[in-house]
Design a protein around this ligand. Structure first.
Ligand code: NAD
Ligand code: ZN
Ligand code: ZN
Length: 334
């Protein structure tokens, strides 16, 4: 079968490998769609400060597929049915999993980051990672729901405790951030969208942002909203945006860090202390939240934008995402 694999820094290729056999407790999926995430670029181009990614590894951590084979000991999963894959997997037994925080599982091997993922014709997946896809949700949308929507939902609602009526800034309105704009508006926030690309800003306006502005033109002391910005979510995460997020947030507010644009970053020590700014990291989302976002999508409350392209074109789309030429999200279809 075809698989797009990471062989080490700057070495990502589409190759032929054997179709995997599902191990005990796993199922084999025929991939229907797999979303392309900026995190894939961070892996391929070695931008994670030496974070260990095994090689060779099939990337692709936003997966929707159809069950074609069950491994030993799997029950309650139907051959032929469509499932979205909960990428952080979760062992179900550790203290985090038992507390419902399975995104932080200590025993997990994340799909497409620590074990083979979905840029392939087939992928073997632990059965506990499967979440049924509502009929109304197309394959590519279900795929990007597993991260581009899930991560945005978790960052704003669970980590950020978004409140209706508050002013929220979304920094970076690309694949994740455009969903964040929709989620924040759907839950009653007034949204300031910030990006450096006018096309992304126009999409943010169309998807519910009250104001959308080039972040380089923003005066963080005088943000153009009619209320204080008490929550800032940074979907870029480079040194400039981390600094801007801390400058922009109102006294007593929360900054949620999602983007992995730089490994370190500046802290505004005096400001963060004296104005009680909470700086919060946010990682992916929980399995329960994935079921919730699939339901919100099925009901039309979130409408993720995704374009599909053949898996054979994956290297082109990696380059285009890197060049900022992807409109919002791309999913590869084998
Ligand atoms: P993307 O490339 O689709 O979008 C990034 C957006 O940021 C683009 O619209 C781009 O124009 C904008 N941007 C770039 N530099 C900017 C700047 N200086 N100021 C304002 N806007 C700027 O990326 P994505 O797939 O949405 O991922 C965003 C980030 O989130 C990546 O770093 C990714 O690795 C990370 N991520 C984190 C998690 C998590 O669990 N924490 C999950 C998924 C992705
Ligand atoms: Zn991702
Ligand atoms: Zn666990």
């Amino acid at each position: 079968m075809r698989a797009a694999r990471y062989f080490g820094p700057h070495d990502f290729r589409l190759v032929e490998i054997d179709r995997p056999a599902p191990e005990r407790g796993e199922v084999l999926l025929r991939v229907r769609a797999a979303g392309l995430c900026h995190s894939d670029l961070h892996i391929i181009f070695d931008e994670l400060g030496g974070y260990p990614v095994p090689a060779p590894l099939t990337l692709g951590h936003e997966i929707c597929g159809e069950v074609v084979e069950l491994g030993e000991g799997v029950s309650g999963i139907e051959i032929g049915h469509r499932y979205a894959v909960f990428g952080p997997v979760g062992c179900g037994n550790c203290a985090y999993c038992r507390a419902g925080r399975d995104n932080l599982c200590i025993n997990s091997r994340w799909m497409g980051i620590a074990r083979d993922g979905g840029y392939a014709d087939y992928v073997s997946v632990p059965a506990q990672a499967l979440v049924a896809v509502p009929q109304a949700v197309p394959d590519a949308v279900a795929a990007v729901a597993t991260d581009a929507v899930l991560t945005s939902y978790h960052a704003l609602l669970t980590v950020g405790h978004l409140q209706p009526g508050e002013g929220v800034a979304i920094l970076g309105v690309g694949g994740l951030g455009l969903n964040a704009v929709q989620i924040a508006s759907a839950f009653g926030a007034v949204v300031l969208a910030l990006d450096i690309d006018e096309r992304k800003l126009e999409l943010a306006r169309q998807h519910g942002a009250a104001v959308a502005l080039d972040s380089r033109q923003l005066d963080p002391q005088h943000p153009p909203l009619d209320r204080p910005i008490t929550l800032v979510a940074d979907f870029v995460g480079n040194d400039q945006t981390k600094l801007l997020a801390q400058q922009l947030v109102a006294r007593g507010g929360r900054v949620v860090l999602v983007g992995l644009g730089s490994v370190g970053g500046p802290l505004l020590g005096l400001r963060d202390v004296a104005d009680e700014i909470a700086i919060l990291g946010s990682f992916w989302g929980t399995r329960q939240e994935l079921a919730t976002v699939l339901d919100l999508i099925a009901r039309g409350i979130i409408r993720p934008r995704v374009e599909t392209h053949p898996l054979d074109e994956i290297l082109t789309w990696v380059e285009r995402l890197r060049a900022g030429e992807v409109e919002s999200r791309v999913a590869l279809v084998p």
